[in-house]
Every structure is written in C-alpha cells, then in structure tokens.
Design a protein around this ligand. Structure first.
Ligand code: 3PG
Length: 310
C-alpha cells in the first residue's frame, strides 16, 4: 500500500525517519509531501495513495474526491476539524486521530505562554506568580488533564468545566480539580482560563463577550485550542475596555498585527501554530498514526475512528 505523509508543517526529521520505518517494516511504501504551498501539489500527490497521514492540512471534498484509492486518513494529532468527515464517509474513507499523543507538548506551551503574560513579557517590570492563582480549564480532555497536573505542580487552584465533567464531577478528584457546573461559573471563579475544546458547531464563537467579561480584573485567557472557538471581535473589545486583560494563543487571530500594536505584552501569538511543535510530540503522534494505519490494513482495527461508516 502507498502511504502519503502530507504535511504543510513537517514533522521533525527524526520523526519522519521513524514513521517511514513503521510503514516500510510492514511492507508498505512511503511518499513524502512536505511544505507544499499550492493545493494543486496535494491534489496531485493524493491520486494514487491508499493511506494518508496529515497534521492540520485541509482535507476537503475536492482532495477526497481526487484520492480515488484512499481508504484511510489519520490526523496525527487531536483536532480533526480540518478534515471533511462527511465527504470521507461518502467516499468510504476511514478517518482517525491520535488522541493524547501530543497533549504534553500543548500543555507545556500553555505554561510557557502564561508565564510570559504574567511576567509582563519579561520586560523587567513587576509581574505576578502562578502559585495560589485559580486556573479554569474549559474542557477536560487529554490536554486539559495534563494542564491540571502541571498547574497543581505550580501550586495553583484548578477548576474545570466540560459538559461531561459537569455530569460526573467525581472525575475531577483524581486530578485535584474542582468541577463547576457552567462556563459562566468557571469564568467568574478563575483568574486564568485555558481553552481545550475542539472546534465544532457547539463551540465555534462560544467564547464570547458575555463569558470573557465574567473574568475578574487582570483576567488571562490562553487559547491553544482553535482560533474559531473565540469570538475575536469580543476579544478585541474586552482588551480595549480593560487595560489589564491578557490573551495568548498559538493560533494567530485575524487582527494579529493590530493586537500587537495596541496591546503590547498583554498579548502573545506564536508565528505558526506551535502547540505540537516538539520532537517528542511529532514522534508520538506520527508513529501512532503510522501504526494505526498498519493495523487497519492488517487487522481491520478501527480504534480511534472518528467518522461514521457509510
Ligand atoms: C492538534 O490538534 O493535535 C494540535 O492542534 C496540533 O496541530 P498540528 O499538528 O497542526 O501542530
């Protein structure tokens, strides 16, 4: 079978080497398309392949229709909002993700960004500490749980909200997390909120002015989830209204340049989406993706499938 690794933002060379080994040791062939610029390059590459490994690469209906031999696509990572699941199901393509594999990398980035904000961009002025502060985790999947563990290490008070956690508050105990019953309660009760939900119909634009406004003075929001979940107009408004509101993200907002000019070191955005940009995360997620595809072809194993069967 032909496996295409299609990554506009490539895995580390060490990860690519090991992903290739998994594929080729199982008797398959690797095709590598990295740093492509035009969609036409991806369209040409997908034509003869049986399987694909991607990151945040956009896999829409046009790509799926051009991939006439494709049987499986694995998103090496958590969020699969970049893949048209409906078109994949219609074309009998199995879609999987690799949950948890890059969670630690994203969670560590949360604290890198948080320290930058509370220490005023390391400009030498008086900042604040994390110890004793209340951090609210909005959603509690693999990344949220890892953030909880690290936050406890800093001596922070950890609160969390997700619809499923609200139904089962006991689940927070293992992570020393106090579960609240609504997003409103989370924002009202915390100094800092870290976003960890996927982008979907329920969450797009859901972090709105009403919620952001519930944070106390000096409120901080860290977004390593998805750009779409935050209402960027509301974010601009609250940062203009409150001279002490801080925001950091690894997914650049549309108004990035304006925000840099207006908000200085109350605002931080990485140049490129960087939560999973560690050698370890690339190895974990990339190898897991290759192994999942190998097992799918060898045994029909559909663990981690995220789209319905036709
Ligand atoms: C994920 O959903 O796993 C993260 O956002 C990482 O995405 P990336 O592979 O595009 O860096």
């Amino acid at each position: 079978m032909k496996f295409l690794i299609a990554t506009e933002k490539p895995f580390s060379p060490a990860a690519v080497k090991q992903i290739r080994e998994v594929i080729e040791n199982a008797g398959h062939e690797t095709i590598l398309l990295e740093r492509y610029v035009e969609k036409s390059e991806l369209l040409a590459a997908v034509q003869s392949v049986d399987a694909m490994i991607v990151r945040s690469d956009i896999i829409d209906k046009e790509i799926l229709d051009a991939a006439t031999n494709l049987k499986i696509i694995v998103r090496a990572g958590a969020g699969y909002d970049n893949i048209d699941l409906h078109a994949a199901t219609a074309n009998n393509v199995c879609v999987m993700n690799t949950p948890g594999q890059n969670a630690n990398a994203v969670a560590e980035l949360v604290f890198g960004m948080l320290l930058y904000l509370v220490r005023s961009g390391f400009d030498g002025s008086i900042g604040s500490e994390l110890k004793g502060k209340k951090i609210g985790l909005h959603a509690f999947g693999y990344v949220g749980k890892r953030v909880a563990e690290i936050a406890n290490g800093f001596g922070m008070v950890v609160l969390a909200y997700s619809p499923s956690l609200a139904l089962n508050p006991e689940a927070g105990k293992r992570f020393n997390v106090a579960v609240v019953q609504s997003p409103e309660e989370l924002y009202e009760s915390c100094d800092i909120v870290s976003l960890h939900m996927p982008a979907n119909e329920q969450t797009r634009g859901s972090i709105n002015y009403g919620l952001l406004g519930r944070l106390p003075q000096n409120g901080v929001v860290i977004n390593t989830a998805r750009k779409e979940v935050i209402d960027e107009t509301a974010l601009m408004r609250i940062m203009e209204e409150r001279a002490n509101f801080k925001y950091a993200t690894d997914i650049k907002p549309i108004n990035h340049d304006k925000m840099v000019r207006k908000f200085g070191n109350r605002y931080l955005a990485s140049v490129k989406k960087s939560g999973a940009q560690t050698n370890e995360a690339n190895l974990n997620a990339g190898i897991a993706a290759a192994e999942q595809i190998v097992r799918y072809f060898a045994e029909g194993d559909e663990t981690f499938r995220v789209n319905p069967v036709k």
